[in-house]
Write a protein of this length. Structure first.
Length: 372
């Protein structure tokens, strides 16, 4: 029988991403009981220290799947109503008619209409998504800032709405998931991080996954090189950073192996029940932060491939780093990959990101990893 994991092709694909311009990346692919792990490049451009497939990594908005799963577990326990108004639980944070109109489901699938708080917390990003008019200065200004999540939420709630509650397409907004974190704290009496850890991370048996206790990543990890569309040249290391600016929306640290474990267990109905998993896979159109319209569920989004195999997972970025985890609907084929640079595309004269060889190299890696 032919090994469905083409290890030579996978190793070549990872190396191609490195040669295209990513300082270092690492990945794990599984097919049933077969596992391939690979890495290419360096974790530190100064010392030449290599990346390894077992490194811990900031996985950004992949955190949202964990947070959504924790919320669905509270729904299963009867403490949260999936279609209940958020104002029932958090009237001070989303007051009045908006609190009555926005449901928990709308927070989970980004159809609340609530604005993204990030451009208000980071003044140099005020012009986002007009990227050419932004600047990276706020990243340095707020490297060690300890943000109050309630203040961040207030920025998003008070900003002009992106649309009416429940309207589609929705607009991806971290404000939604900071509200979900407050919801978890309200109904459990524990911090959202503790709730997610106990009900999801520990339930899945993930040993190398957790929320940061400070600005550093514990354990072996890579530096993270942010380019901000060529405005930081050479790219700057932001691996030491206070992640309170995203909290339980995007601050999780994990490994590619733990991510594959998690999404496999989620697909098998072992993190949330089958009916909750079905809710997570009910999608609506949502405009992503890259201004593309994607299909988005409850902390999950799909990727369709040849033969219409559906893969479910999430991507994530932080300053200087990115990750993607995708698992076939039946849990059989899984991919998790991490890169140690971000926003490598320079802008053309009209402010639109130019194509970069990294883009096609990553797409090729995804194709061989997910579809062989």
């Amino acid at each position: 029988m032919k090994n469905p994991l083409d290890t030579a092709a996978l190793e070549a694909a990872v190396e191609s991403v490195h040669r295209a311009g990513v300082p270092g990346l690492f990945a794990e692919v599984r097919e049933g009981d077969l596992v391939w792990r690979g890495a290419a490049g360096v974790a530190d451009l100064t010392t030449g220290r290599p990346v390894t497939a077992g490194m811990r990594h900031r996985v950004g908005s992949i955190t949202k799947t964990f947070t959504a799963a924790a919320v669905l577990r509270q729904v299963e326990a009867g403490r949260i109503g999936l279609d209940a108004p958020v104002g029932r639980y958090l009237p001070a944070l989303v007051p009045g008619a908006r609190g009555d109109a926005i449901t928990v489901r709308m927070l989970l699938n980004h159809t609340s209409g609530l604005a993204e708080y990030l451009p208000y917390a980071y003044p140099s990003l005020k012009a986002y998504p007009a990227i050419a008019d932004t600047g990276p200065e706020s990243m340095d200004d707020h490297r060690f800032t300890r943000f109050d999540p309630v203040e961040l939420i207030a920025m998003g709630v008070s900003a002009p709405a992106f649309g009416s509650p429940g309207g589609t397409p929705g607009v991806y907004s971290n404000t939604n998931y900071l509200l979900l974190a407050q919801l978890l704290e309200h109904v459990t009496g524990a911090s959202a991080e503790r709730c997610i850890t106990e009900s999801v991370i520990e339930r899945a048996g993930l040993r190398d996954t957790g929320f940061p206790s400070g600005p550093h990543v514990d354990g072996p990890h890579s530096r993270l090189y942010e380019a901000w569309f060529g405005m930081i040249d050479p790219p700057r290391d932001y691996s030491v950073f206070d992640m309170s600016w995203v909290g339980p929306s995007a601050s999780l640290i994990s490994t590619v192996s733990d991510l594959n474990d998690f999404y496999g267990l989620l697909s098998a109905g072992e993190i949330v029940g089958p009916s909750s998993l079905a809710e997570m896979r009910r999608t609506v159109p949502v405009v992503s932060q890259e201004l593309r319209t994607i299909e988005y569920g409850l902390g999950l989004h799909p990727m369709e491939g040849p033969g219409q195999d559906a893969f479910w997972g999430h991507g994530g970025t932080v300053w200087g780093g990115g990750a993607l985890a995708m698992t076939r609907a039946d849990g059989g084929r899984r991919l998790a990959v991490a890169v140690n640079t971000q926003r490598w595309n320079r802008l053309d004269s009209s402010g639109v990101p130019r194509p970069h060889p990294i883009d096609e190299a990553l797409a090729a890696l995804y194709r061989v990893a997910l579809y062989g």
